[in-house]
Design a protein around this ligand. Structure first.
Ligand code: 9MR
Length: 593
């Protein structure tokens, strides 16, 4: 992707080729410099930023922009698609708690007619699109991304992103940490397909299962929408929905990650070290499965149980799967019960040592809760209900790969009012929602997300911003209300540009979106643009990549600590769990129409 950056090298060589000789040229350059200086001065003096959702809003959605660098009172103008000029409905000031920047939250009023509105303050202007289904295209792209990152198959429907088969994973070694009598170290197993996890090429059970689990939770709430959604994938012609087909592509791989002899599930399939920024076909490191873990086994059990339930009507396309997945899920749960302390300790692995993503987690209560809940729903065995009750969460928190309790909560909420866990789980969820929207009216960007330092961190745009919005939509649906939708949409506005950096954080959308995500294929292929529809991790004041990558972040403020550079894995990587939350949120919104 280097060629997408303004190249300092080419500028300096041009300068060398055109030395200034005559005095006429000098005069010309002098005037040119003056011109540039004056243009630059207007810009610097201006310093005005209008931050807004760069993708679009629906007619009923509130229309808010945030202005920085000037008090827009009396200066901001809205021109409607038919050329009328309007004044905003209200303006309030807000100061960033971190940078002290003065901002103005401008309520543009009810712009319900569709079309392109022009917002201007002096010479500074931007457009706001109002359209009936603003998230239709981006929602589909967020799901289609999973096709583009399939491993072990040629990508043939990706247009400019087509590529030959990489990582067939038919020759995968059993690492000493995973060795058993039946499968000693060095045993070769086949473990093909599945999605690449993120910017890297490894396949991790915890994160894979979580991603599918979250998407299936959304599927269960918006089944008709997802059933009709076509993403133009090789399976589009079969009788199963494209969403379930895409999940199956990863589920088939997941099945191979279970040790058939004891039911335990390998934590991940990985190379010893991360590969360089090369295409899949150029990768040469050996691939291996490592230690079985309690968290991987439980996440596997949960997602297999869910998948067995949802795929039951589609056995024609996937014969045997439901039966296989049910047996695999129960076996994995038994293994976890017998090995409750089998946490993944990457630092203990030798021959070879492993340095790739750990997905380490030293608490499996939430995984037990999700798995037991999912298995109860599939099998109706009272044992799993008792198990779920033993691992009830004490409060609701948004779902993440490390804390999957919310996925258990979603199971009971989908199960319905007749289940005894429905009411207590709903009240936890509602308490969370009430709290989440508390600060919106004094916030800098008129959104529930982004007002506390802990909102920001590795993967925050997914785990905190998208998942929070998803939960708000769910709360509405369960209660038959629409009150929380407004807040969910505010997080979408934040994600798509109304924020402290002015980035629309989904690749390929908006007028300022990441061009250099930490994503190996996007960086190594010959296409200048990154894959479309990828959500980046986002502002992360932890800056864990700063020293190793020798990076200079533009800011240390929590909400501005973001760097659109390939090297920035802590703020600019992409990942399946993050895109899963984008799918869950945007598809839901598109389903509401
Ligand atoms: O999403 C993960 C984040 O919560 C952790 O803080 C981080 C460091 O352990 O790892 C993230 O997951 C990465 C994984 O380990 C390897 N593939 C890329 C993932 C996204 O950065």
């Amino acid at each position: 992707m280097d060629n997408a950056r303004p190249s300092a090298r080419s500028l300096s060589s041009e300068a060398r080729l055109s030395p200034l000789r005559g005095s006429g040229e000098r005069v010309l350059v002098f005037f040119l410099c003056l011109l540039f200086a004056s243009v630059f001065a207007v810009h610097a003096q201006n310093g005005i930023e209008i931050r807004r959702n760069q993708v679009g809003s629906s007619p009923s959605q509130e229309k808010v922009v945030v202005v920085e660098g000037i008090n827009p009172q009396g200066k901001i103008k809205v021109t409607t698609p038919t050329g009328k000029t309007l004044k905003p409905a209200a303006i309030r000031a807000a100061v960033s708690p971190w940078s002290g920047k003065q901002r103005y939250v401008v309520d543009l009023g009810q712009l319900t007619a569709t079309g392109r509105y022009r917002i201007s303050i002096g010479h500074q202007q931007c457009d706001l699109l109002v359209t009936e289904r603003p998230y239709q295209v981006i929602a589909k792209a967020s799901l289609r991304l999973f096709y583009l990152i399939r491993s072990g198959v040629a990508i043939e429907l990706g247009e400019e992103y087509n590529r030959p088969v990489g990582h067939p994973d038919t020759h995968v070694l059993v690492h000493p940490s995973a060795a058993t009598e039946q499968r000693p170290a060095g045993t070769v197993i086949s473990s093909p397909y599945g999605w690449y996890d993120a910017g890297d090429y490894n396949k991790y059970v915890v994160n894979s299962a979580f991603s599918i689990g979250l998407i299936l939770a959304a599927y269960e709430q918006q089944r008709d929408y997802f059933t009709a959604l076509s993403t133009d994938i090789p399976e589009s012609g079969n009788q199963t929905s494209d969403l379930l087909d895409e999940m199956m592509f990863n589920l088939r791989w997941l099945l191979t990650m279970q040790d058939p002899d004891d039911g335990g599930v390998y934590h991940k399939l990985t190379t010893p070290n991360f590969e360089g920024f090369i295409m899949p076909t150029a990768c040469r490191q050996p691939r291996c499965v490592v230690a079985k873990s309690v968290t991987a086994s439980l996440d596997f059990a949960a997602v297999m149980a869910d998948a067995a339930r949802h795929l039951a009507p589609y056995q024609h396309d996937y014969p045997e799967f439901c039966y296989q997945a049910t047996a695999a899920a129960e076996l994995a749960y038994q293994w976890a019960k017998a090995h409750p302390d089998a946490f993944y300790h990457q630092e203990q692995l030798r021959d070879p040592a492993i340095s790739t993503g750990a997905y380490g987690d030293r608490n499996a209560r939430d995984e037990f809760f999700w798995a037991a809940s999912a298995l109860y729903r599939l099998t109706r065995k009272p044992y799993y209900l008792d198990e779920a009750k033993q691992f009830l969460p004490s409060r609701f928190s948004t779902p993440s790969w490390a804390n999957v309790a919310a996925l258990g909560t979603f199971e009971w909420l989908a199960e319905g009012k007749t289940s005894e866990l429905y009411a207590p789980q709903l009240s936890q969820l509602l308490a969370y929602c009430e709290n989440a929207v508390q600060d919106v009216d004094s916030s800098c960007f008129q959104s529930p997300f982004g007002n506390k330092p802990r909102d920001f961190g590795w993967g925050c745009l997914a785990e905190n911003c998208c998942c929070q919005a998803f939960v708000l939509l769910l709360a509405d649906k369960l209660q038959g209300t629409t009150a929380y939708r407004r807040y969910a949409l505010q997080n979408v506005d934040y994600l798509l540009g109304r924020n402290a950096t002015g980035y629309c954080y989904v690749t390929g959308f908006g007028d300022k979106s990441p061009l250099h995500p930490h994503h190996r294929i996007s960086a190594a292929d010959t296409v200048e643009k990154p894959f479309p529809g990828m959500l980046v991790g986002g502002p992360n004041p932890g800056q864990q990549d700063r020293i190793a990558g020798n990076l200079t972040y533009p800011s240390n403020y929590p909400d501005e600590s973001y760097l659109d550079a390939t090297e920035s894995y802590a703020s600019n990587e992409i990942a399946i769990n993050w895109n899963a939350s984008l799918v869950a949120l945007l598809c839901w919104l598109d389903a509401l129409k």
